[in-house]
Design a binder for this molecule. Structure first.
Ligand code: ZN
Length: 434
């Protein structure tokens, strides 16, 4: 299959940037905002990730100091994703995956193991594969890269078991539990507290996280023509079902449009995420966020499954035509509203609520002196992410507001943070949960 040209020129740029950032890291905080510092779009994300780490009470090691290998695609893509089925010629071919030959018109359950436990026992996780009877692209679904994000696991199971191999054009590969070690412990992280989704495409000689990332990338992801990575909100936060996508990439736009009625949030992927590394390797990728961690939320699962099945139909991989309402708005900007005070946070809005500037979002009450603070929205928009009711510290990101703007701000045009930003409302916190 050939879909679109890999963006290898940007890979070396990204590596160079990583190396530079590693050297500069101790000075970055002091220099932030200085006009002399060249900030790429991904640099912006990286700086904001430090906000994320503090906010998420994480002790994870920053991935920037580690050298990641280049994301090299296994095959070249020359045809746009939208035309992958219509331009496919000849007969469907066997799919070689994890040393197994999957014949056209068949479904298989394979096993993938990236690493060993301390006692030397391999940790294996299932890989579900359906190879269609007619040729087409290979769509991959990954879930639980963060081990406590459960909704995507059930989405992958439902989608893969619903597909009839005889009626599929192309192939679908599903990895329901990527971070099996985190999943077993009910944790977002790997056992060493590293966030696996900051280490792609990994390094075979690097840390445990970099090795697992590298194994997944070479063993599975390199076989994909497009990727949907399934996530939920993090740390007691839930997300309105939404697609996060870099809308400057035409094949990524094709993916987002295929989902039908789901909110789209334009976001440049953070370096080290699976979405970033796959797109760098010429494999268009989006993240689907739905619900919160540590729970199985049926409404969110059904929403995700419907979106993915609509995508399969829109790409022409399945015949069943799914029509699904009007497209939801695209948000080119979003911002987190943070708590100014500590105390008990109670929301007055729910996921999907439309808010005007100045609307009450929730209250924070000090349990000791009974003093209540109201939290108002500084923006007009829609609540696309929300902290569950809980006790919060000042600075906690509580309400994620999607803001409708007319067009994409490209990386060059993205506004620098205000010289004196109000810490309470923050700016972009891209990749807060991805
Ligand atoms: Zn996640």
């Amino acid at each position: 299959m050939s879909l679109s040209k890999p963006q290898s020129d940007t890979v070396s740029g990204a590596r160079q940037f990583l190396a530079t950032l590693a050297l500069l890291l101790p000075f970055v905080a002091a220099l932030a905002g200085e006009p002399s510092v060249e900030r790429t779009d991904n640099g912006t994300d990286m700086l904001q990730d430090s906000t994320f780490d503090e906010d998420s009470r994480s002790s994870e090691t920053a991935a920037v100091a580690e050298e990641l290998v280049e994301a090299v695609p296994a095959h070249e893509h020359l045809v746009p994703l939208a035309e992958a089925v219509t331009t496919a010629e000849g007969l469907a071919e066997p799919l070689l995956l994890l040393n197994t030959e999957i014949m056209p018109g068949t479904a298989h359950r394979l096993s993938w193991s990236a690493t060993e436990l301390f006692e030397g026992v391999p940790v294996s996780t299932p890989v579900l594969v359906v190879n269609g009877s007619t040729p087409g692209p290979t769509l991959c679904l990954t879930a639980a890269v963060h081990g406590d994000e459960l909704n995507g696991i059930e989405m992958v199971r439902r989608v893969l078991h619903e597909i009839a191999p005889g009626k599929l054009s192309g192939a679908v590969i599903g990895v329901p539990i990527v971070n099996v070690q985190g999943f077993r412990r009910g944790s977002r992280y790997l056992p060493d507290r590293r966030d696996l989704n900051r280490y792609f495409p990994g390094n075979p000689n690097g840390s445990a996280a970099a090795r697992i990332a590298n194994a997944l990338f070479n063993d599975v992801i390199a076989h994909c023509d497009a990727l949907v990575d399934l996530h939920t909100g993090s740390f007691e936060r839930a997300n309105l079902p939404q697609i996060r996508a870099d809308l400057r990439n035409p094949d990524v736009v094709t993916l987002t449009q295929g989902f039908g009625s789901m909110v789209v949030l334009h976001s440049t992927p953070t370096i080290g995420t699976l979405r970033y590394a796959a797109t760098q390797a010429g494999i268009p990728a989006v993240t689907v966020e739905a619900g919160g961690p540590l729970q199985l939320e049926l409404a969110e699962v059904k929403r995700g499954v419907k979106g993915i099945e609509t995508l399969l139909s829109t790409l022409g991989m399945t015949k069943k035509r799914r029509t699904w309402g009007h497209p939801e708005p695209v948000y080119y900007r979003s911002s987190w509203v943070r708590a100014d005070n500590g105390g008990i946070l109670l929301a007055d809005v729910s996921l999907g609520s439309t808010v005007r500037k100045g609307d009450l979002l929730g209250t924070i009450t000090d349990p000791m002196n009974n003093q209540r603070t109201d939290v108002y929205s500084p923006y007009a928009g829609r609540i696309i992410g929300l902290a569950r009711n809980q006790v919060v510290m000042p600075g906690f990101a509580a309400f994620h507001v999607g803001i409708e703007t007319d067009e994409i701000l490209t990386s060059q045009e993205q506004p620098e943070p205000a010289p004196n930003p109000k810490p309470a409302t923050g700016g972009y916190v891209d990749g807060m949960s991805e």
